[in-house]
Design a protein. Structure first.
Length: 439
């Protein structure tokens, strides 16, 4: 019976501890979500004060609604934890009730037996009826044990009642917490409803600007195509330069080899007139590059940099410390319903915010595309491109470090600050967000 009590206590303690840990984790997550909502609200209010409804406002209100959804989902999980805890506590109380019934019945039986055998004559008769001295000692020990057993039964009943009372208090506390969480849920649902109305209002205003916005998106796509062409040209130039450097290096190595052969022949014969004729060499076509051969862009100076860049996939810093993603890599559905496909990620931020290099590298290109300043940085066989900058502070051929400021955020097509960030290799552009750290 004692083992049963200890088992119930241990299980109850473990369940309560786990539930409390889960609730604390959910509360921490909820606080973080509310902090993000506050930051998004500040950005939204700041943008409202500067311009009319635009893509950034639509993205921010969408982010805000999504965060609010996550808050409500978090609260629902908290309610589920409380419901499970209430169910398990009630289950414990039921176990204690059944255990108390058993303990009381056994205690009652022992008390009835003790009452029936309460006279000293019965006890003495029980002892003196022993066959020998050892048997008498055993009977005395039995009587002592039986008396101790009755006392332990009483203590078990009291202890079980105390534990049951504690679980009843726990049940009341959990029900009170659930009531408070339900009130919080109701408030958050009302907040979500208001945010959804604001989202619908902004969407309606943007749809009114449908033709204007579609023209802006079309112009944006043309800009992006031109930037993509600039990236392709920069990569082609880097490849051509690398090939020329490789050819020059090979020619220099061949020239040195021939000179070494002549020197070796002269030393062997002892006379320049007996030098063996040098065989005429013919240029061979460049061998076709195999899939497992290293990129021509890699050399002794940047191989380590390239490997370090690859090892940092998924943890590279963002080019802007604080920003909101307006358009992701791939297809993006606009408020008007039209779709725009991009091979970059567009990040909105305050105009004039610092734009930083995401990794060590060499500035490959600095040029202007439709009044936008564009910086392309080479990281081994990889390239990062920062478009729509102002106040560029680097130049071609310059070495830059991770986090070094290369320019500032300029105004984009709808009057807000934003940059287009590309990542590429010698073959194509790829999704930058898969290389940047999660926010």
């Amino acid at each position: 019976m004692i083992k049963i009590i200890i088992s119930i206590i241990f299980i109850s303690f473990t369940v309560s501890s786990n539930a409390q840990a889960n609730r604390e984790a959910l509360e921490k997550q909820r606080q973080q979500l509310r902090k993000e909502i506050e930051q998004t609200e500040k950005q939204l209010n700041s943008n409202k004060a500067k311009t009319k409804e635009n893509l950034l406002q639509w993205k921010l209100i969408n982010n805000k609604v999504n965060l609010q959804d996550r808050v409500i989902d978090n609260i629902n999980k908290d309610i589920n934890v409380l419901n499970n805890n209430i169910f398990k506590i009630q289950k414990d109380i039921n176990k204690f009730d059944r255990l108390l019934d058993t303990l009381k019945q056994e205690y009652a039986k022992s008390m009835v037996y003790a009452y029936k055998n309460r006279s000293s004559y019965d006890f003495l008769n029980f002892i003196f009826s022993s066959e020998n001295f050892n048997d008498a000692i055993k009977r005395i020990s039995y009587l002592k044990s039986y008396r101790n057993y009755r006392e332990m039964q009483g203590e078990n009943i009291v202890r079980t009642q105390e534990l049951r009372l504690q679980r009843v208090e726990d049940l009341g506390g959990n029900k009170k917490q659930k009531s408070e969480v339900l009130q919080t849920q109701s408030k958050e649902l009302k907040t979500l409803e208001q945010q959804q109305k604001e989202k619908d209002r902004i969407l309606a205003e943007l749809k009114k600007q449908g033709k204007t916005l579609n023209n802006q998106y079309a112009a944006k796509q043309k800009q992006l195509r031109k930037v993509e062409n600039a990236i392709a040209s920069a990569i082609k130039k880097a490849l051509d330069d690398a090939r020329r450097a490789a050819v020059a290096k090979a020619a220099e190595a061949e020239k040195k080899r021939i000179a070494d052969e002549r020197a070796a022949t002269k030393t062997t014969t002892g006379s320049p007139t007996t030098t063996a004729p040098i065989s005429k060499t013919f240029s061979k076509p460049a061998p076709v590059k195999k899939a497992n051969e290293p990129s021509v862009l890699l050399n002794s100076g940047n191989t380590a940099l390239n490997s370090s860049f690859e090892r940092n996939k998924g943890i590279l810093p963002w080019p802007i410390d604080k920003g909101t993603v307006l358009m992701h890599y791939g297809n993006n559905t606009m408020p008007s319903g039209s779709t725009i496909n991009v091979t970059s990620v567009t990040i909105a931020a305050d105009i004039g915010s610092a734009v930083k290099s995401v990794f060590d590298g060499t500035v490959s290109t600095v040029q202007t595309v439709e009044d936008m300043q564009v910086v392309i940085i080479q990281h081994g066989k990889y390239f990062s491109t920062y478009s729509n900058l102002s106040g560029v502070g680097v130049q071609r051929g310059q070495e830059v470090k991770t986090g070094q400021v290369i320019g500032k955020v300029a105004t984009n097509f709808d009057g807000i600050g934003a940059i287009d960030f590309f990542m590429s290799n010698e073959k194509s552009n790829f999704n930058p967000e898969s290389w940047l750290r999660r926010r």
